[in-house]
Design a binder for this molecule. Structure first.
Ligand code: UDX
Length: 471
């Protein structure tokens, strides 16, 4: 009997990475059902019920293996989440090798697709003599920056890259200050974290192709530069196949609570507030948001997390504190008609696709950005870390589908409640709100076209699948 033609895919454990990675796999086999996919999943501890629910609902031509989990105690503490993900994969390499060996005997292995943070698994592609690809979970402009970063690093001789230096990222129509690029470039150049990031960017040149979760109308110039290969002469082929977003939540209880509440609200009247899969803000800003929401009088759904007051990190890792105790006294009572506070996690896709949702205050993580675009929800940009500042600038200054909540002064990082009221009014009321809504609706329509039968993203997917089939 002929062996199954199989592609091995290695995501990394972050939810914001795993979901689009899995959705990409589903899209690929939906259009090419003669392919078989096998997800080999490195984990730090047993997967959460929501991840298990996603994996258990995969179509028959996708299977998955959860690799033996890494003991968190074996990893250095207080790491940047990206480095955490990378090390989880590094520690899983022997298990990955074992899993690929058995796949190689039972199937015809066609290719290895990795998340960028799984790059340490690249040598396995050589060992099994198969081509390697990255699935890049951020946008095309971020990819362009990552490809150009090794060159930028070459030009620097000091310990730190000057954060005020102006950089022209290939494919951007506006220049960026270094402080607004991927935050890992701001670390000391001799630090482990900087060197790891630089290493990951260098690895981008060693694969046969990079699949990027974006589409032409959203990032036309960046995609053109990446595909033309005049800027990145020795760069890999790039396949923009987006927007690929999740299909929805698995927690029925929260879904019912949020949707029942949204069902009672007028169309486009609700502001949704969420800082991604693990992002959070300081206690001062949490109070300013609470105050600003009350003053604005607008309806809201707020995914509330316990704050993190550290100046250098704005994410929570594994903390399960009750966030409600951080709200100003009497807030819940006073706003019980105005809003819904949802501790820690909410069914974001269902909320963004609901007709009552009219705005999204977001950290501008790439998945949240694409979800907002697909569902035509104007944004308030409040970036926290990673490449989110870049995304925020593109959304506000280039695509003009978001407004930026400005910090009062850079050192405190406080966004005052008056500013919060100002930006809420801009996206929820009046003429400017209408213009922003029209622009994001056009982008959403363009996303639908990109994903239609002859659209640019599906064409890119077919070209890619054709490459796999010819192996
Ligand atoms: C980070 C980066 O910032 C992002 O750009 C990168 O591509 C992945 O890592 P993250 O903080 O996870 O992202 O945010 P985001 O990319 O927006 O992904 C969060 C995902 O979790 C979204 O799909 C969102 O719908 C989902 N989510 C988040 C929920 O469903 N409910 C929540 O309460 C919070």
């Amino acid at each position: 009997m002929e062996k199954k033609r199989c592609i091995a895919m290695v995501p990394c454990p972050g939810q914001g990475h795993l979901i689009p990675f899995v959705e990409f796999g589903k899209t690929l086999v939906h259009h090419h059902n003669n392919l078989h996919l096998s997800f080999l999943i490195p984990t730090l501890g047993p997967p959460t019920p929501s991840i298990m629910a996603i994996l258990n609902s995969l179509p028959p031509n996708i299977d998955f293996i959860i690799l033996p989990h890494i003991n968190i105690q074996d990893l250095p503490q207080n790491l940047h989440p990206g480095i955490h993900m990378k090390l989880t994969v590094t520690h899983s390499l022997p298990f990955l090798h074992h899993a690929l060996t058995s796949l190689n005997t039972t199937t015809h292995l066609l290719a290895l697709i990795l998340d960028v943070f799984s790059a340490d698994a690249l040598p396995l592609a050589k060992q099994f003599n198969i081509p390697s690809y990255f699935f890049f979970t951020s946008g095309a402009l971020t990819l362009s920056f990552c490809l150009s970063f090794p060159k930028l690093d070459d030009t620097v001789s000091s310990q730190f890259i000057d954060s005020t230096k102006i950089v022209n990222v290939p494919g951007s129509i506006i220049p960026f200050q270094v402080k607004d690029l991927v935050d890992l470039v701001l670390y000391e150049r001799s630090s482990e974290i900087y060197k790891t990031y630089l290493g990951l960017c260098q690895q981008l040149y060693f694969v046969d192709g990079i699949i990027v979760n974006s589409f032409t109308d959203m990032e036309a110039e960046a995609i053109r530069v990446l595909q033309e290969k005049t800027t990145f002469l020795d760069g890999p082929s790039v396949y923009p196949v987006g927007p690929i977003i999740g299909t929805g939540s698995t927690s029925k209880e929260k879904q019912v609570e949020c949707i029942e509440w949204l069902n009672k609200q007028p169309p486009k009247s609700v502001l949704y507030i969420c800082f991604g899969s693990g992002g959070t803000i300081t206690e001062d800003n949490l109070n300013e948001i609470a105050f600003g929401l009350e003053l604005s009088g607008h309806k809201f759904v707020w995914v509330l997390r316990a704050p993190n007051n550290s100046a250098s990190s704005s994410y929570l890792m594994g903390q399960m504190e009750d966030p409600l105790r951080y709200l100003p006294s009497g807030f819940l009572e006073r706003t019980k008609e105005q809003g819904l506070v949802v501790p820690s996690w909410a069914p974001q896709i269902e909320i963004l696709s609901h007709g009552s949702t009219g705005g999204f205050l977001s950290h501008c993580g790439w998945n949240s950005t694409l979800e907002s675009v697909v569902h035509s929800v104007p944004m308030i940009a409040w970036p926290l870390f990673a490449e989110q500042r870049m995304n925020a600038i593109v959304l506000t200054d280039v695509l003009k589908v978001a407004v930026r909540a400005k910090v009062d002064d850079e050192s405190s990082g406080i966004v005052k409640h008056e500013e919060i009221v100002r930006v809420i009014k801009i996206i929820m009321e009046g003429e400017e709100a209408l213009q922003i809504r029209n622009r994001i609706k056009s982008l959403s329509d363009a996303a639908l076209v990109a994903l239609s039968e002859h659209g640019s993203s599906i064409r890119a997917l077919h070209i890619l699948a054709h490459k796999f089939q010819n192996i």
